[in-house]
Design a protein around this ligand. Structure first.
Ligand code: KIV
Length: 299
């Protein structure tokens, strides 16, 4: 199967076929997700919180995004690779955004960028699209605006917010975006937005009526400890499995059970003379270091 593109995603929406997207920040994860048949791998700037340990996505840089995109792009054979534009890189000016997005495609190997914002970034979206850079929009709870929102809260709960969401989505579509992420908005609002667009919506905490879904990989496989958002579903308990494996390893190292003979490289019969040479060398060294004569104590 050839690699999924923007065109594939548009065709999927037209056929009513749902799109599955997940974050990936490294080669082995991307390799597994690609083999599983994931449609889109997102190098999300959530990596700032998930793998760098920050409390927001704001400290993440373009260089960080390129570094992680390279690993994912090397592994993705079929999945489409989309990379987030980090904080402020889309909002200073369309030309500034073009420079950053260009690096993400050229140096990182992404097929498209995702950027946060609605009507206010439409001009930037149009500029990137006109330069040949596919853009995925992202509205609703846009984590880069966490300080403006005063925390991570549901968006689109008031009439004004819901109308604004619809207007933002339409503005992104008109600017040439190939898809829009809807994050943490009521399912009913997400349905109206999805029905109003010809491009696919990808929801996270936005209900079942979006054209696709996205989850953070570490949340999806149960890797992360601590707070789990309501919209997440854990499909495995990888974190628990890793911790159990680590405990057993420590025990076996300390008890001498690891490494066993099957994890040890042994000399073959025809190589055993090496041992004689080693033993002779060891004895030679001991003798060399032995004092020949006992010195008279100085008076
Ligand atoms: O950064 C990210 O991982 C995201 C998804 C949660 C949509 O933007």
């Amino acid at each position: 199967m050839s690699q999924i593109t923007t065109k594939t995603l548009l065709q999927m929406k037209a056929r009513g076929q749902k799109i599955a997207m997940v974050t990936a920040y490294d080669y082995p994860t991307a390799e597994r997700m690609d083999a599983a048949g994931m449609h889109v791998l997102l190098i999300g700037d959530s990596l700032g919180m998930v793998v760098q340990g920050h409390s927001t996505t704001i400290p993440v840089t373009v260089d960080d995004m390129i570094y992680h995109t390279k690993m994912v792009a090397r592994a993705a054979k079929q999945s489409m690779v989309v990379t987030d534009m980090p904080f402020l890189t889309q909002s200073i000016s369309p030309e500034d955004a073009l420079r950053h997005a260009g690096r993400i495609l050229q140096e990182g190997g992404a097929q498209a960028v995702k950027l946060e914002g609605g009507r206010e970034v439409a001009k930037t979206v149009a500029r990137l699209v006109s330069a040949g850079i596919p853009v995925m929009g992202h509205i609703g709870l846009t984590p880069q605006s966490v300080h403006a929102f005063g925390g991570f809260h549901v968006q689109g709960r008031t009439k004004q917010e819901a109308l604004r969401l619809l207007d933002d989505a339409l503005a992104l579509e008109a600017a040439g975006a190939f898809s829009v992420v809807l994050e943490v908005v009521p399912g009913e609002v997400a349905k109206v937005v999805s029905d109003s667009l010809s491009i696919p919506t990808i929801g996270i905490g936005a209900g079942a009526d979006c054209d696709g879904q996205v989850l953070v990989f570490h949340d999806m496989v149960g890797y992360t400890a601590g707070y789990i958002p309501k919209h997440n579903k854990r499909y495995a308990q990888v974190g628990r499995t890793i911790e159990e494996a680590a405990k057993t390893y420590i025990e076996e190292v300390q008890s001498g059970l690891f490494p066993g003979t099957e994890q040890t490289i042994h000399l073959r019969e025809d190589e055993r003379e090496i041992l004689l040479s080693l033993e002779a060398a060891r004895l030679g060294r001991i003798r060399q270091n032995e004092p020949d004569t006992v010195e008279e104590p100085k008076k």
